[in-house]
Design a protein around this ligand. Structure first.
Ligand SMILES: Cc1ncc(C[n+]2csc(CCOP(=O)(O)OP(=O)(O)O)c2C)c(N)n1
Length: 285
């Protein structure tokens, strides 16, 4: 089989011209085509927000869930059908704010799914309120005196034991596609935090602002992503120098490998006896 970009063409995006989300959409399609993943094998689950619209613009299986609730749906899909490639997507508000609790525990349990977070440092769909990753002092309708210090999502992911932690940039499609391919090949929870300029509501973290600060970890031959202490250091680096690339790798037990019921055939293909579930429910009442 040879998958082409055409196989993934969905609806016409309704994002602002120059939105960083376009770069992310292109990088994702490039990665899927290069790995020859057919649309019927892929499910993209999103929350709510501008980032949450991404699955609409791809032709594949999708589930648009609630704000902050993409992960539990994605986890359920992977548990039910391990043969599917499951990607969850959302904005930084969706992922690290409303969905923060789900995010922490998905990483701790090491579900075999990918989480692509479009990190634009702002609540874009609702027109510009501060988000968990807004810069210190970011002025908005909900933070008239400035936002408090931002969350450090990558450092939290390292602490929570995610098996793959990386940061990409929407302005570098080839590099981002490379990271998405690595995440798709990883088993376990992969967090891909993507720096995404929002041209309408974040006038601090612009394309230029990032171009002047970003450097690639891949060019540092000495960097070892298996070294947790080094990973924390890179995960927390922000300001004049911002690393992109694979920050942390942690090979450990995957959630879906922990249960005998999930071994062998996919759960949906196994024979099941409804009367057992009925008995369980009746006994619980
Ligand atoms: C539980 C809940 N709270 C609030 C909202 C309103 N709401 C919709 S989108 C959004 C912000 C989205 O921001 P983010 O997740 O960062 O994504 P972006 O639009 O920036 O891509 C909010 C607060 C909602 N739909 N549901």
């Amino acid at each position: 089989m040879s998958i082409t970009l055409n196989d993934y063409t969905g609806l016409q995006p309704a994002w602002c011209p120059d939105c960083g989300n376009f770069g992310i959409l292109s990088a994702l399609k490039k990665a899927l085509v290069e790995l020859d993943i057919p649309p019927y094998k892929l499910v993209i689950v999103s929350g709510i927000g501008q980032a949450g619209k991404l699955p609409h613009y791809l032709k594949c299986n999708t589930f648009n869930s609630l704000h902050g609730r993409a992960l539990p749906v994605a986890e359920g899909i992977k548990i039910a059908n391990r043969d599917l490639c499951v990607i969850a997507v959302g904005g930084d508000g969706d992922a690290y704010g409303e969905g923060g609790n789900h995010w922490l525990h998905a990483m701790r349990r090491n579900h075999d799914i990918i989480y692509m977070v479009h990190n634009n440092g702002v609540y874009a769909l609702t027109r510009g309120q501060a988000s968990p990753t807004s810069e210190t002092g970011f002025i908005s309708g909900t933070t008239p005196q400035g936002s408090p210090d931002p969350l450090q999502p990558l450092a939290i992911a390292v602490a929570a034991g995610a098996s793959f932690v990386a940061r990409g940039f929407a302005g570098d499609i080839d590099h981002l596609a490379g990271l998405i391919k690595l995440a798709l090949q990883n088993r376990g929870f992969s967090l891909l935090d993507i720096l995404q300029p929002c041209v309408s509501f974040n006038h601090i973290n612009t394309y230029d602002w990032y171009y002047r600060r970003i450097y690639k970890l891949d060019n540092d031959g000495k960097y070892d992503p298996f070294n947790k202490t080094a990973a924390f250091e890179k995960a927390e680096q922000w300001g004049d120098h911002i690393p992109i690339g694979v920050i942390y790798l942690n090979k450990r037990k995957v959630f879906e490998d922990s249960f005998t019921a999930l071994q062998g055939q996919s759960l949906i293909k196994k024979k099941h006896d409804v009367s057992k579930a009925t008995r369980l429910i009746e006994n619980a009442l």
